[in-house]
Design a protein around this ligand. Sequence first.
Ligand code: UD1
Length: 399
Amino acid sequence: MKALVVAGARPNFMKVAPILVALRRSGDTAVLVHTGQHYDVRMSDSFFQDLELPEPDFHLGVGSGSHAQQTARVMETFEPVLQDVRPDWVVVVGDVNSTLACALVTSKLREPFGCRLAHVEAGLRSGDWRMPEEVNRVLTDRLSDLLLTPSRDAHVNLAREGIEPEKVHFVGNVMIDTLHARLDAARARDLPGRLGLERSGYAIATVHRPSNVDSAATLEIIFRALARVAECMPVVFPIHPRTRKQAESFGLGGALAALRTMDPLGYVDMLSLTDGAAVCLTDSGGLQEETTVLGVPCVTLREQTERPVTVTEGTNRMAPWPLTEEAILASYGGALGAGRVEAGTRVPEGWDGRAAERIVRALDLPQCEPGERRRHHPLSVNPHERGWQSGRGSLAMAR
Ligand code: UD1
């Protein structure tokens, strides 16, 4: 089986790394395409090093632009690659513009080439159509032949949208495979210690969502709230390029003086800092998931989350919306009061470090035609796959 795997932006790299390893292990052929949506050393190259990703077979070099420009550039440059490679599967992950662009191209070439589309992290929904990621998710799922979900709530979302259940397979959270694989390296690096920070004695914060950083008023509220948290404990704040640009254009740079700001971090450094934090304040989807597995309390600075299991089964809580300084501080206080839980003790089903194996098994299964009902699908009913706790144990022991 030949799979063409697409990565474009920072959160994609952690998801494709274990899939590439699992494909290689099972003797399948993997072709890696990097769209170049993210291109800075700190947003892309450092992830390739940390995650030991192979050089991409194709680099599309699309760069930044408006949504239409970026999506169109990926489509134009991806089409000839697909025509050249002619894989059995195109595997797209997550919800960035590159995900949808490659999904659209694949869906139009499905007939002549017989290649099919698999979406990893299918079925997540925020219900907020103002988020570009929500548009990308819903449309990518609609176009996909195989929808691989990270959590059971995704199945409810997909059923509500009329997606044929035989296309949908629960595989668990592949990003957590990468966390398991790199946690020892992150702890050995001890970035908190190197920065003179005490374990559980500081907060880690990130924001980059357009809904937070493209509004001067909202960004100022967040910065002011973080400055007040910094009166209690150091706040480490790696700054996403979008956030830096907006803070400068709004003249809010000075509001960052109270925080320990730094450039975006590589994967292992960020994991090292997150693992050692007392609390995390963020609008990142990935951090909501990682803090849940690490047992670090998290405050999500968004109106809603497409990852509700991090709240119901993990350590995440939503800051009251609309954001105010007081609301953020109250949530911070609540999270701090709740405290850390031992890593791996409250982990959603399938967040066990073995999702990539299940993804490759799903790709290797004979696929049924749309409408053909498969009652006893091996992946959906295999009782052995419910022993997720094996991953928890090893994580807890690693601490
Ligand atoms: C994108 C994803 C978002 C994801 C985020 C993670 C979409 C719609 N959004 O948002 O879901 O959570 O990545 O980081 O796909 N820039 C650089 N260097 C880079 C990349 C970007 O300086 O390597 C700057 C550019 O000024 C660019 C801006 O950041 O215009 C935004 O980049 P873009 O890829 O458009 O979206 P993100 O905000 O990064």
